[in-house]
Design a protein. Structure first.
Length: 422
């Protein structure tokens, strides 16, 4: 039997990689315009980093982490997300010592042992951004504006922005207590997981997707009515700044997110094109207490992560993924002409021209068929005469127009008037 990829993981073949590269390139260019610099943290970390920050009762820590012991018996986990590692790196390298704001972004794989389905994988990829060192609501709106531009630039449409505030250590405990009381009265109407959660982590009940729980959840008190004055003002101000950016949003008091480190503002961007459950393309929020959970000083933080696989689903409909198109296909008639072609290709590539040569020993006719299939912009047939004269016939495939050029003139001709369109 042949060996297959592990369930929940995927190969990205060249046709799909093109779109991924476009997403990554857009992120890098745009995020840098907003002052973000890239950070790369390891793929695995000490398990405790995630257990302490994401929450020991969260689904991620309870059952989704790829955890193993190394040869010294240390518990190691593949990273399920990027925020805790970025904060760890901030503390470890003392970035916060300068008292300034640090805007960081990352692109890379994350790992969660979830039940695979469309839009939910075991190895998936995130583009994420984190701002450390400010709790200004205008910054939160700026982050969302950046995301908005990013998605618009890529052509992702129909996304809804959902926002909420999950309160802070001052106001949340009171609300959680109230939730617990309310939920205790409705135990029989809840799914088994919510029955358990209504004791351990009642906030998570709000996030339940089981149909039977929905009528109960609909009647629960709203967190927004139980925010302290600080949280209330902050949330109002955040919404006003969203208004300045002319960003549409919906306030969803049920939006609590699956990671415990959030305080204050949380948000998601969802698309109905992804189906009813795995519909979030982006998730994020504020996590001012995360640093202290890791034994560090208070460091304010706000950020988001976007799931690239989910974004790709939205974009795939609008893209016709094509492989890179050769600028010039060098077709050769015999072995000596191949040598000439190799040399010419080398010269052209040094001048940023995509020159293509066949290595499957095709006949001239078959080489020309291949040039057509690859949609090459020019072709050049090389035989004895061309070798001797040093002059090459270039045919523009679009209209059959032909010119004969000295080898030195080929690159600028291809690039110049008829330059690469890639
Ligand atoms: P998250 O909501 O767990 O947040 O994940 C963010 C995004 O990653 C999701 O909206 C989704 O697009 C994608 N995602 C999550 N799990 C999977 C999966 N199994 N398969 C495919 N895509 C997935 C975080 O990770 C936080 N670190 C976000 C954040 C950054 N908060 C503040 N800063």
């Amino acid at each position: 039997m042949t060996i297959k990829s592990v369930r929940g993981t995927h190969d990205l073949l060249p046709e799909s990689v093109q779109l991924w590269q476009r997403i990554e390139a857009s992120a890098r260019r745009l995020f840098e315009l907003y002052g973000y610099a890239e950070v790369r943290t390891p793929i695995f970390e000490q398990t405790e980093l995630f257990a302490r920050t994401i929450g020991s009762d969260s689904d991620i820590v309870q059952k989704e982490m790829y955890t193993f012991s190394d040869s010294k018996g240390k518990s190691i986990s593949l990273r399920p997300e990027g925020t805790a590692p970025v904060m760890r790196a901030n503390l470890e390298h003392g970035l916060y010592h300068d008292g300034g704001i640090h805007k960081l972004y990352y692109i890379g794989p994350m790992f969660r042992h979830e039940r695979p389905q469309k839009g939910r994988y075991r190895q998936f990829h995130q583009v994420g951004a984190e701002v450390l060192g400010s709790d200004h609501p205008a910054l939160e709106a700026e982050v969302i504006d950046m995301l908005d531009r990013f998605l618009e630039e890529l052509g992702a449409t129909g996304l809804r922005l959902l926002v909420n505030s999950v309160g802070c250590p001052t106001c949340r405990p009171g609300y959680v207590k109230l939730l617990r009381e309310e939920l205790s009265k409705r135990q029989d109407d809840l799914c088994p997981q919510c029955q358990r959660r209504s004791e351990t982590n009642p906030l998570r009940v709000l996030d339940c997707k089981v149909p039977a729980c929905q009528p109960v959840i609909d009647e629960l008190p709203s967190i927004l009515e139980h925010l302290c004055e600080n949280c209330r003002q902050h949330f109002e101000s955040f919404r006003a700044y969203l208004g300045h950016h002319k960003i549409h949003y919906e306030v969803v008091p049920r939006l609590v997110r699956g990671l415990d480190y959030y305080v204050g503002t949380t948000f998601e961007m969802v698309s109905s094109k992804l189906g009813p459950t795995q519909n979030a393309v982006v998730g994020g929020g504020r996590y001012d207490g995360l640093s202290q959970l890791l034994g560090g000083p208070p460091v304010q933080g706000f950020g988001f992560a976007l799931g690239i696989e989910r974004l790709v689903v939205l974009l795939e409909e609008t893209q016709d993924s094509q492989l890179p198109r050769p600028d010039i296909f060098l077709a050769y008639l015999d072995e000596q002409a191949l040598e000439e072609s190799l040399q010419l290709a080398q010269e052209l590539r040094r001048q940023e021209i995509f020159a293509y040569i066949d290595f499957q020993g095709r006949s001239l006719k078959a080489q020309m068929r291949l040039a057509n299939r690859l949609n090459s912009r020019f072709t050049c047939i090389i035989g004895e005469e061309e070798r001797k004269s040093g002059e090459f016939p270039l045919k523009r495939m679009e209209d059959g127009h032909q010119v004969t050029l000295k080898r030195k003139a080929i690159a600028s001709y291809v690039r110049g008037n008829h330059g690469p369109t890639r």
